[in-house]
Design a protein around this ligand. Structure first.
Ligand code: NAD
Length: 279
């Protein structure tokens, strides 16, 4: 029996990258998946890929920075499939202008702060606000929030991203406390460097940069979207039925090291000395 037979899952940002792999993983294990993404072409392609593999999927044009879109997303999925069991809150990424939120308290513009917090944090409160009544009606459910190693490791110039991703960890614990009595588990995943379609292109043009990242990891590789999709599927499954409020690092061991290794000084050093491995 498939782990998610008869269950319905919404995946925000489910067209590409981590979300894309998660949609395929949950569908391949029996879930009916609803891809909520503003990249229509990539979303349609992923739906087709899932259907070709024998799964059930649909997509809708959703921008999670818009609260009306989040309400529509939940209503459309519940209307289409008749219930809701899983909400994976993942949307955001390198291909969607995240670089504009880079900077410090001195340089980040207020509008960019607001956009980053809307997409990375506020959307993750609005999603459950809409989804939880449906999950209660289904007798419970699972919410997975995408945090990051940046939830607890700092790199210069990452103010908005790190503030939001630290907030994701707190919000996950709070919602797990608030909705555990309803049979709703709320967990987060903190990925390390995960090379999806967008980053793969970038690293193709900059193999030295990728080698730098690889060398930061005890396992001496960066991650794949499937590494995260596997963790999400585990946390949503009955194998994890006593786990809630947890943030699971899936990062090849990056965050168990001294934070020093993660900082810009090392990055600069290694870029200047590509053949040198720090101890
Ligand atoms: P990605 O760029 O590969 O894919 C992101 C997907 O989200 C795309 O399909 C994009 O169209 C969609 N999207 C972006 N903004 C959206 C919006 N406002 N509304 C709807 N859809 C939107 O990104 P990814 O690398 O797979 O990252 C996914 C999540 O994982 C993000 O929350 C990111 O912060 C987190 N994360 C990624 C990494 C990494 O190294 N890739 C590391 C830590 C955390």
């Amino acid at each position: 029996m498939s782990r998610f037979e008869d269950q319905v899952a919404i995946i925000t940002g489910g067209a590409l990258g981590i979300g894309g792999a998660t949609a395929r993983k949950l569908a391949c294990e029996g879930a009916k998946v609803f891809i909520a993404d503003f990249n229509d072409a990539a979303a349609a392609e992923n739906v087709e890929r899932i259907k070709q593999a024998g799964g059930t999927a649909a997509a809708s044009h959703i921008d999670v920075s818009i609260s009306e879109d989040i309400a529509r997303m939940v209503n459309e999925a519940a209307d289409l499939y008749g219930r809701l069991d899983i909400l994976v809150q993942n949307a955001f990424g390198v291909m969607a202008g995240e670089s504009k939120i880079h900077g410090t308290a001195l340089t980040v513009e207020e509008d960019d702060w607001n956009y980053g917090i809307d997409v990375l944090l506020k959307a993750l409160y609005l999603g459950p606000k809409q989804a939880i009544p449906h999950m209660r009606a289904s007798g419970g459910g699972n919410i997975i929030n995408l945090a990051s190693v940046h939830s607890f490791l700092q790199e210069p110039g990452m103010l908005v991203y790190e503030a939001a991703k630290a907030g994701v960890v707190g919000m996950t614990r709070q919602m797990a406390t608030d909705f555990g009595p309803d049979g709703i588990r709320v967990n987060a995943i903190a990925p390390g460097h995960i090379v999806g379609e967008g980053l793969a292109k970038m690293w193709e043009d900059n193999p030295t940069g990728h080698a730098f990242f690889t060398n930061q990891y005890p396992l001496r590789r960066t991650g794949l979207p499937e590494d995260i999709a596997n963790g999400i599927a585990f946390l949503c499954s009955d194998d994890a039925s006593f786990i809630t409020g947890h943030t699971l690092a899936i990062d090849g061991g990056l965050s168990i090291q001294l934070q020093e290794r993660f900082g810009t000084r090392q990055a600069e050093y290694i870029r200047a000395n590509p053949d040198t491995r720090l101890p």
